[in-house]
Design a protein around this ligand. Structure first.
Ligand SMILES: Cc1cc2nc3c(=O)[nH]c(=O)nc-3n(C[C@H](O)[C@H](O)[C@H](O)COP(=O)(O)OP(=O)(O)OC[C@H]3O[C@@H](n4cnc5c(N)ncnc54)[C@H](O)[C@@H]3O)c2cc1C
Length: 393
């Protein structure tokens, strides 16, 4: 590609679009397989899309075998990152605490059994046991579960670590490059960024919430759309315990410690599209819903300047699409992660590199994330028998 950024690969094997945590993980894993890689990012630095706006949570507490296995691969990668690669990524096992209403208790325990059968440590608690972690009203709870490996990482640090590692492995990063056109060329792709162009063998679409739009540039369909998510920050609170990422499965209200404050939120199903900014009317809804479980929220101050918003990239079943696009041979999508793209970035990078280097997912099972699940019998939410994740937060 012409332009001011020095580069070593005028025609790389792979062009990765997007330098969020997924694009950076893909770039490093691809380079580790000996492939030449160029990353194109429209912002001036990595992690300025959804990656920089997340709640940073990582967990094993999923309901499908594939998601649990992907967490069991990814969590140790974050936990041991410094020993393996020499970079700190901020992993802290502050835990995830899930508060479970009676109508979900039986199926929740079945998920815990699956998690444990796959080696994931999860503790089953009574509602009263949950008080060890967070002050709350226990009415209407059948029980709770706690994941001692679960917690948070620093998504900026992880992304920058993979960028540095992949640069060392020869990957070119081009910032300030918006991909504006894509067309098939010689079995691969010609990728246009304004007046500049690049030829490559494969495209990896790691464009987050913008992946659907990126695919449309190539005449392809990727069922990923943006959904605005808002996170509110409290003022300082008196309790000096560190609250785990606590989710009330009955209402969807969540919180966790952030320094001497808490961050908290509740997703709205009506927030589709590239809507920008914090909706302060929604804050009232969150507080009114949450105060039932957390009576201390009556006194909760809110730091309006510290609150923020960002986009989930979502699919019809809230699980990602990872794999070859049915409309093109040399195009791999890695997008649509809803609220767990930070969590599964290590497994995604590995799987995308397998798909390109080996022609298929050779290490982890990625069948549940294939495009084709949306194409059978006109089904919007997965074909019969496909596993559908229900712990989507
Ligand atoms: C409020 C909030 C809370 C969240 N909490 C969690 C959590 O606790 N745990 C978790 O695992 N996940 C969480 N997520 C989800 C997580 O942030 C995402 O799944 C993850 O960041 C996706 O990473 P990505 O690299 O695919 O996307 P992004 O980080 O969005 O990267 C995509 C990149 O593509 C670039 N791009 C777009 N279009 C173009 C173009 N045409 N040309 C060039 N570049 C382009 C963008 O600039 C962007 O940098 C949360 C998200 C939000 C918004």
């Amino acid at each position: 590609m012409s332009g001011p950024t020095p580069h070593t690969h005028p025609s790389p094997d792979v062009a990765v679009i997007g330098a969020g945590i997924v694009g950076a993980s893909c770039a490093w894993h691809l380079a580790a397989r000996g492939l030449s890689v160029t990353v194109l990012e429209r912002e001036q630095a990595p992690a300025l899309g959804s990656t920089g706006r997340s709640a940073a949570g990582v967990r094993v507490q999923f309901t499908t075998r594939t998601n649990i296995e992907w967490s069991m691969h990814s969590l140790p990668v974050y936990r041991d990152f410094r020993q393996r690669h020499g970079f700190e990524v901020g992993y802290r096992n502050i835990g995830y605490l899930l508060l479970v209403p009676p109508e979900r208790w039986e199926s929740h325990l079945a998920s815990v059994a699956l998690q444990r059968s796959l080696g994931a440590p999860v503790e089953v608690l009574s509602p009263e046991d949950a008080l060890r972690y967070v002050p709350l009203a226990t009415e209407g709870l059948a029980g709770a579960t706690y994941g001692p490996w679960d917690g948070v990482i620093d998504p900026h640090m992880a992304t920058h670590a993979w960028v540095a590692m992949s640069r060392d492995a020869g990957v070119d990063y081009h910032f300030g490059r918006t991909v504006t056109a894509l067309e098939p060329a010689g079995g691969g792709w010609r990728v246009q960024c304004g007046a500049e162009a690049l030829s490559c063998g494969f495209v990896v679409n790691a464009g987050g919430a913008w992946s659907g739009e990126i695919a449309r540039l190539a005449g392809l369909r990727v069922p990923v759309r943006p959904k605005r998510i808002q996170i509110f920050l409290s003022g300082p609170i008196a309790d000096d315990r560190i609250y785990p990422l606590t989710i009330d499965l009955g209402t969807g209200v969540y919180l966790r410690s952030e320094g001497d404050r808490i961050l908290f939120g509740l997703d709205t199903h009506a927030d589709d599209g590239f809507t920008e900014g914090v909706d302060w009317a929604w804050l009232e809804e969150v507080l009114v819903t949450g105060v039932e479980r957390y009576p201390w929220w009556e006194e909760l101050g809110v730091d309006r300047r510290g609150s923020w918003w960002g986009y989930y990239g979502v699919t019809p079943d809230n699980s990602p699409v990872i794999g070859r696009n049915p409309g093109a041979l040399s195009w791999i999508d890695a997008c649509g992660f809803s609220g767990h793209g930070i969590m599964h970035a290590p497994a995604t990078g590995l799987t995308v590199s397998d798909m390109i280097a080996d022609g298929r997912a050779t290490t982890l099972d990625a069948d549940a994330f294939r495009h084709e699940r949306f194409q059978n019998a006109g089904s919007e939410v997965g074909e019969a028998g496909a596993e559908v994740e229900t712990n989507i937060f």
